[in-house]
Design a protein around this ligand. Structure first.
Ligand code: ADP
Length: 499
């Protein structure tokens, strides 16, 4: 039996397990991450490599086990390298496991099957527009041109992202999600983990990389704290896939003081270690002050309400029960519109039909985030907004959705469905720190660059630790594209270098 069968079986059992638990893989929040990881671990009997198996040297050491690190390790292994992953947390997945959206890609076989017309050029242009023209053009071009292939690569490993919807800032359905509408993060981490296991790639957790070693200007390995000891491990090349610095408030406020006091959706390991490690090797950084705040974060627990909920048709209303902005604008603009309200918060409002389409909402409900009303008027009462206003807002919106013409705010996407199926729901949200778009400067081979533009031999980086591809505003669904496409490339290149 082939690996797809086994992965399908595993995924099926996992889905059954989740249904039995009344849970979903919606993990884009902070406080519940460990619990969710435990659920995921239990479901897949996730096992990590015993520290006693640690060798003195590898061809490739990958630092970090989010999507970028796991993709890098798989492709390095497939390119013939002896590779190991070091993860400082007790569990794998990083921020990737908290991602609830999907992966943007253009000209994919799934888009073609679903008669969605798209092009790499349009993906490029719309991302560049979203990033206000400040994206690194070569990196962005590489990402869009390799996106369809990356979707096929994942599919070939049993990771199928074929439910396609809209992301804010895009005119075409381009964000690829798991078929059952569940959050992409848990699904992806699970699938990549399975593939690492199958390839017998060692994964060391509680393995904190504290330094890089070098000789004559080339990186030669890492220093890692593992099992209470510090060890020096030789590597012909090192891939930094340590993620961003969204949980490091000192770094955040150093680069953007106005974010003092904001909640963060990031996992606690997102402390920017990779940036410090590479800077010690003279690496250059780019756009460090480009820090994305996400508009829809449930403040009490920093739990993120996925953009997919708006993509499926939810609206935002203020404390007056009125819409105030095009909900499908880019994240920076929607966040700014919420911050411009006197109350600096808003409600994501949707109906039962949308709840059935976006299964992530089950998790939000379980976590006590969702307020319900049997009618729109009841919902208004429950959240304390004027009844007549919310009723009028919903009536107007349903008309715009049916006519595909939002005469108030010019929304053009996420309008396939109206909001007419009772009961009705609302989640109170406000912006929170979400993604650090700046980071290490790399080229399209994922080589880490110095200020003079030269490469640091033996050092590669991919994912949120790097900067440039997103410019000054990341489009939802482009982080997963970034980590998979550049993670894969880092694995190939680092393996090649190690030969
Ligand atoms: P990406 O989306 O770029 O893959 P993630 O946040 O998903 O980034 O994953 C990055 C991973 O790297 C996290 O699991 C984080 O705990 C891990 N990490 C960060 N710093 C270190 C370090 N110094 N040593 C080992 N692992 C690290």
């Amino acid at each position: 039996m082939n690996k797809k069968f086994w992965f399908g079986l595993l995924a099926g059992l996992f889905a059954l397990f989740l249904v039995a638990c009344g849970s979903s893989k919606t993990t884009e929040e902070s406080k519940e991450a460990t619990t969710t990881e435990e659920v995921v671990s239990g479901a897949t009997e996730r096992e990590y490599t015993d520290p006693s198996e640690l060798k003195d040297s590898y061809d490739v050491v990958v630092v970090g086990s989010g999507g970028a690190g796991m993709a890098a390790a798989i492709s390095a292994k497939d390119a013939g390298a002896d590779v190991a992953i070091f993860e400082k947390m007790p569990v794998i997945g990083g921020n990737t496991s908290k991602s609830s959206g999907g992966m943007n890609a253009s000209e994919t076989k799934f888009q073609k099957e679903q008669s969605i017309e798209d092009s790499n050029d349009l993906f490029y242009e719309e991302t560049l527009k979203g990033g206000k023209g400040t994206n690194n053009p070569e990196l962005l071009r590489y990402m869009v041109d390799h996106s369809a292939d990356a979707i096929d690569w994942l599919d070939s490993m049993g990771i199928r992202l074929n439910k396609i919807t809209f992301s804010g800032g895009f005119s075409v359905a381009r964000i690829h999600r798991p078929e059952d509408g569940s959050a992409v993060g848990g699904y992806l981490v699970n699938g990549l983990y399975y593939n690492l296991k199958e390839r017998e790639v060692p994964i060391f957790v509680n393995a904190d990389v504290t330094d890089l070693t070098d000789k004559d200007g080339s990186v030669t390995g890492v220093k890692v704290k593992i099992g209470g000891k510090e060890k020096t491990i030789k590597a012909k090349s090192v891939v930094l896939a340590t993620g961003g610095f969204g949980s490091n408030m000192k770094m955040i406020t150093k680069f953007k003081p106005e974010l003092e006091g904001y909640v963060t959706t990031n996992h606690e390991g997102a402390t920017g270690d990779g940036i410090a490690l590479a800077e010690a090797e003279d690496a250059d950084t780019v756009q460090m002050d480009q820090i994305q705040i996400h508009p829809t974060v449930y403040q009490e627990t920093s739990y993120l309400v996925s953009e997919a909920v708006r993509g499926e048709g939810a609206i935002l209303v203020n404390s007056e029960g009125k819409r105030f902005y095009n909900e499908m604008e880019t994240r920076d603009n929607v966040s700014a519109a919420i911050n411009a309200l006197p109350e600096r918060s808003a409600y994501v409002v949707f109906d039962q039909a949308l709840r059935e389409r976006a299964t992530a909402i089950e998790q939000y409900d379980k976590l006590g985030m969702v307020v319900k009303g049997e009618t729109v008027a009841e919902l208004a009462k429950a959240i304390g907004v004027p009844e007549e206003n919310l009723v009028a807002t919903m009536e107007a919106w349903n008309k715009y959705a049916s006519e595909k013409n939002d005469t108030e705010f010019g929304r053009t996407t996420g309008m396939e469905h109206d909001l007419t199926k009772a009961p009705y729901y609302a989640i109170k949200i406000a912006p929170g720190i979400h993604h650090t778009m700046g980071g290490l400067k790399i080229n399209t081979k994922t080589e880490v660059l110095k200020k003079d533009g030269s490469v640091i031999p033996g050092l590669y980086a991919a994912g949120e630790v790097t900067g440039g591809v997103h410019g000054s505003n990341r489009i939802g669904g482009n982080a997963v594209a970034d980590i998979i496409i550049f993670g894969r490339q880092a694995g190939t290149q680092s393996a090649e270098y190690s030969k």
